[in-house]
Design a protein around this ligand. Sequence first.
Ligand code: IMP
Length: 427
Amino acid sequence: MPVIAVIGAQWGDEGKGRVVDLLAEKADVVVRFSGGDNAGHTVINSYGESKLHIVPSGIFSPRAVCIIGNGAVVNPGALFKEIGMLNQKGVDTSRLYISDRAHVIMPYHILLDDLEETSCVDRAIGTTHKGIGPVFSDKIARRGIRIGDLLEKQAFREQLHFILEQKNLILTKIYGASPLLFEKIYEEYVEYGKRLSPYICETTAMLDEALRAGKLVLLEGAQGTLLDPDFGTYPYGTSSSSIAGGASIGSGISPNKITKVLGVFKAYCTRVGSGPMPTELKDETGDLIRERAHEYGATTGRPRRCGWFDAVAAHFSHRINGFTGMALTRFDILDTLPVIKICTGYKVDGKTINDFPASIAMLGKCVPVYEEFPGWRAATCDVRKFNDLPSAAKKYVKRLEELVGCPANLVCVGPAREQTIEKSPAI
Ligand code: IMP
């Protein structure tokens, strides 16, 4: 049975939740391997519309075991809120497990995220203010607190004491903020530890057992390749690995066990937060896409920047991830447009380039070179077979396949599970 990594191929919000929800009907295990509640995975199914931030999108499947992996970070308060929302809808969360190695988002992480962002006005990243940068910084600096630590009361007390002293110095001396109170945080997080204990386990052993039994495992990414700390538009990105390589690190599944990598692309591009986006449309077409697709952040409600499909960035994304196929989402959003464009190169300093630059200074100067396509101007939301799409729509998909360099497995023509064209098998 395959292990399939489902990866955001652009700047996040590509519809990974929707794709995972669909594939999870056949999956035995779904692992969220990176990020935290900065993510917003919108899923529409028989339970209505749900916005998931940290619980894997496989939770709606009655058979899939869902794991929050070691590579993810957990805000316990936000997690319990999400579990409560799911239970209220009648979704069974008893198959949810959390790696004892996942790091905990603490109150000082959220506070520092706020203070860092507001203190560097011109250079703000435009984060989600969920404490993501600070918690992953602490993980790498070996000052983090892991989920399993919450169960060891005395050791946790000493650890928190040591860390909070340092954090309070930063809060008071650098930012002039009030210090945080040790006892309050300690009591609150010990209590979280108690409530989390039924979910906490050594998830790599569970996964090993599942793989030995030939189970189908999905590795659910968060954010997107162009927000990855190594390959994204650094520093305008997130703080955990959102690429296929990160799926192995963030789950504890060996890279040689991952058999497929499904890249999730929107049929156009969006980005939320600061940083360059060469194909951004600051015009009526951009507004039209935003309103038609309701492109507002699922976590922060911020309007997303919208633009044409950037095949230079997409090809780079394929190089980094080695996609075996792609899921093209929100295809129906393009249905009304008279002309559709794909960016196939960039003009910069008098030259045309076809590679995605590492430097954001250079990316910021890139002017897109476009190929134009006539729009199909017909509703695709009821189409279920690729051959039934209007011919202009088929041409658009085929050109994207050529430019990205991998086949389209799925073309999504609406938010519901059944609004999916399976052009070639994704599993
Ligand atoms: P952070 O992950 O909250 O630190 O935010 C860093 C950057 O990543 C900001 O530009 C955010 O807007 C962006 N970002 C974080 N999570 C998501 C997501 O789930 N979708 C899209 N953008 C995201």
